[in-house]
Ligand binder design. Structure first.
Ligand code: NAD
Length: 256
């Protein structure tokens, strides 16, 4: 499936930042979009800005940790716009600034529950249907921090995002024979609400120097464009800006 034949996308975390950029990019290509987000007020304001701009754009309140919530959001979305053929598991929170030795186990659980289990819950709700229909695409948002983990204080976030990268890779192998594509979006620094979620957990707001070689930053709209271009079974598995991968590849030295 490619973007021209896509009909209905569900984007979690679609009421802010990268998710909103992805939702807009898909809607601009004529795809019906359902955004699902825990923040009801942000869902409302996102919808208000888009009513009359996009033909088919709706919103739902969902905590991605809530498996029953996934079932009802799926049912309502598909009643409104038909079967979802693009699932974007993008909702997530950040955390930064506490070494593992000092990390509150509740913060560990919260980050893993939202950033990893939340992605699995989306996959669990939709992957079987996509496989049965033999078409569709799943995009999971990880991070460059899931590809490079040697930054003190960012370990839980890196572990969560590395889990998303690994989960996506397995899912791609499982679904490709059935005609369903899987990609993992690995942004670098994007200005968004992510630092607010970090601050709410008592973490530090990020510095921009945590990736070797610097980090120029990326607009949410750019992330949206990268995702749209990655909706193809033949597209590269990791979706990101090349300069991030250039920085990361130096980490994988091996002993020959
Ligand atoms: P953001 O805070 O602007 O957007 C995240 C959205 O997810 C928010 O609307 C929030 O309400 C929603 N959300 C949070 N917890 C949720 C839950 N339990 N259930 C449903 N929705 C929930 O941040 P963003 O930067 O746009 O983040 C989007 C994704 O991109 C995240 O997975 C994040 O880890 C990842 N990411 C961000 C950056 C960055 O620099 N901003 C870099 C790499 C990866």
């Amino acid at each position: 499936m490619n973007i021209a034949s896509a009909r209905h996308a569900l984007v979690t975390g679609g009421a802010s930042g990268i998710g909103r950029g992805i939702a807009d990019a898909l809607a601009h290509r004529g795809v019906a979009v359902t955004i699902a987000d825990i923040d009801g007020a942000a869902v409302e304001s996102t919808l208000a800005d888009r009513t009359g701009v996009f033909r088919l754009f709706r919103g739902a309140v969902l905590d991605v940790r809530d498996r029953e919530g996934w079932c009802s959001v799926k049912r309502e979305a598909e009643d409104a716009f038909g079967p979802v053929d693009i699932l974007v598991n993008n909702a997530g929170i950040g955390f930064n600034g506490t070494d593992f030795a000092d990390l509150d186990p509740q913060i560990f659980d919260t980050v893993i529950d939202i950033d990893v289990t939340g992605v699995f819950n989306g996959v669990s709700a939709f992957a079987g249907d996509l496989r049965a229909r033999g078409r569709g695409h799943i995009v999971n948002t990880a991070s460059v921090m899931g590809l490079t983990a040697g930054v003190p204080g960012r370990g839980v976030y890196s572990a969560a995002k590395a889990a998303v990268v690994a989960m996506s890779e397995a899912l791609r192998a499982e679904l490709a024979p059935h005609g369903v594509g899987v990609s993992v979006l690995c942004p670098g620094l994007v200005r968004s609400g992510l630092d607010d979620s970090t601050a709410r957990l008592g973490g530090e707001v990020r510095r921009v120097d945590h990736i070797k070689g610097g980090n120029a930053g990326m607009a949410p709209e750019t992330a949206g464009d990268i995702v749209v271009r990655g909706i193809s079974i033949d597209a590269p598995y990791i979706l990101t800006h090349p300069h991030y991968l250039g920085n990361i590849s130096t980490r994988y030295d091996s002993i020959a």
